[in-house]
Design a protein around this ligand. Structure first.
Ligand code: TRP
Length: 452
């Protein structure tokens, strides 16, 4: 007998999975790199028109299958030999993503315990702190320690099961919103706020290129936790009367709000204390820019910096839990080991690869981990965003869009989607838009690869 999420608990758990580094670190980073407004507009359009549809499709697989990922497909097709059982491959994505995700959360922890107490006052000093994290051999030990702490907290939540995931999210999600809105209100009082609003909401249409489009699509997959079995697994713990459309809206809309709040606040600080030239600084953006702005606030700044990092850490932890759970659940069902042993085993594997990821980012060891023009870290992100999640989402969309008979879908969805228009919009989004999107991402990425 598996335990179920409560109605709100489920929505909060998926929201917790969704909101994480992707929104707070990824969104501003990509928006900065891709011209601000143009990226924001594309992200919103894709999230609302295609992301929601895909999210509902994956939820439906879990809700109707009620099992781990491959077994849910077997239940729905009523065929233990169905080729859809190979969707189990998507279970690799979570641990794979965790190898870099936990490393970044480790940096967050480092910023929380060390940098909040030693805030920089200008950008160059701040850049030095960030660079030192990756250039000092001595910092490797810290990074490994923080990686281990993050994995331990994740493992602990997993071992205590669905109910503990639910409880964790009841606490973390509201806190995150409070912290973020507090910081946004503060940002509104700064001179850079106007420019930030303009940067985020005044799209320069000439900036909409195919690569911005592709990055926005990748960001939608990542931020909605699509394609890695997370949604299917979480949804296997809900009742048949859970309204998927309402849940999906309560996940996508707050996610968009958090992304926009994060972007507005971060760019306000960039424009107030740095310059336009700083907006496309990539992964370092929030780690370099934010501490400077906190540094300007004296001791209050230290507290705010710590609060921000705590918020980010919480958001990240509810995501790491959701990245590990699908794989652990599968192993619990299929092997004779208990949940705790399996969780430790998978976490240990992630830890070992995570150490390699840390080394690959260290300036002293970088040269050993550089293949075909990309560092190991970039490769792992690249493979996750452009192959694992996208193809996982692709096949779930095809499964619901084409494979499950339309009449069955109508009856499954009858409680949630009343109008024909909405139903067909959803269906065609899965049949056409979602697969097309994945194919476009794939072709574009392969071309880029060929061009290198
Ligand atoms: N959505 C999370 C974020 O934005 C990351 C995440 C959690 C995820 N679970 C996932 C991404 C499953 C893809 C698939 O940080």
């Amino acid at each position: 007998m598996q335990k179920n999420f409560g109605k709100i608990g489920f929505t909060l758990a998926v929201l917790g999975s969704s909101i994480g580094l992707g929104h707070i670190w990824g969104f501003p980073t990509f928006a900065g790199k891709n011209g601000g407004g143009a990226f924001v507009l594309l992200f919103l359009g894709i999230a609302l028109f295609v992301g929601v549809a895909m999210l509902i499709a994956e939820m439906l697989v879990g809700q109707q299958g009620r099992k781990n990922v491959p077994d849910s497909f077997k239940v729905i097709t009523d065929n233990p030999k169905t080729p859809w059982r190979f969707m189990g491959i998507t279970l690799f994505a979570g641990p794979f993503i965790l190898t870099f995700y936990c490393v970044i959360l480790g940096w967050v922890l480092y910023y929380l315990v060390y940098v909040s107490l030693n805030l920089p006052t200008d950008i160059s000093q701040s850049r030095l702190i960030f660079d030192e994290l990756q250039s000092h051999t001595g910092q490797i030990g810290f990074q490994i320690l923080f990686l281990a702490i993050i994995l331990m907290i994740t493992a602990y939540s997993i071992i205590y099961g669905i109910k503990s995931i639910e409880r964790l999210n009841y606490l973390l999600m509201p806190m995150l919103f409070v912290i973020f809105f507090g910081l946004l209100f503060y940002a509104m009082t700064l001179p850079g706020f106007g420019e930030s609003v303009e940067f985020m909401f005044n799209p320069d249409f000439s900036k909409i290129t195919s690569s911005v489009f592709v990055e926005a699509m990748g960001q939608v997959f990542f931020s909605l936790s699509l394609g890695a079995g997370t949604i299917i697994t979480y949804s296997s713990h809900i009742n048949k009367n859970q309204n998927l459309v309402t849940s999906a809206s309560w996940i996508v809309i707050p996610g968009i709000i958090i992304s926009i709040v994060a972007g507005l606040m971060i760019f306000t600080f960039v424009f107030t204390y740095g310059s336009r030239a700083d907006v496309d600084k990539g992964p370092g953006l929030i780690f370099i820019v934010l501490p400077v702005m906190f540094g300007h606030l004296g001791s209050l700044g230290g507290v705010l910096c710590a609060l921000f990092m705590v918020g980010l850490l919480f958001a990240g932890l509810s995501s790491t839990v959701s990245l590990l759970e699908p794989c652990v659940k599968y192993l619990v069902d299929k092997t004779k080991y208990d949940r705790a042993t399996l969780t430790y085993m998978v976490s240990f594997g992630i830890f070992l690869v995570g150490i390699i990821v840390i080394l690959s980012m260290n300036t002293n060891y970088k040269q050993y981990f550089h293949y075909f023009n990309k560092d190991l870290f970039d490769w792992i992100v690249w493979i996750s965003m452009n192959i694992l999640l996208t193809w996982g989402g692709f096949f779930s969309s095809l499964f619901i869009g084409y494979f499950v008979p339309k009449e069955k879908l109508r009856s499954w969805m009858s409680g949630y989607i009343k109008s024909d228009f909405a139903f067909y919009f959803w269906l065609y989004s899965l049949r056409i838009l979602a697969p097309l999107m994945v194919i476009v991402i794939f072709i574009k990425r392969i071309q880029e690869f060929g061009a290198q």
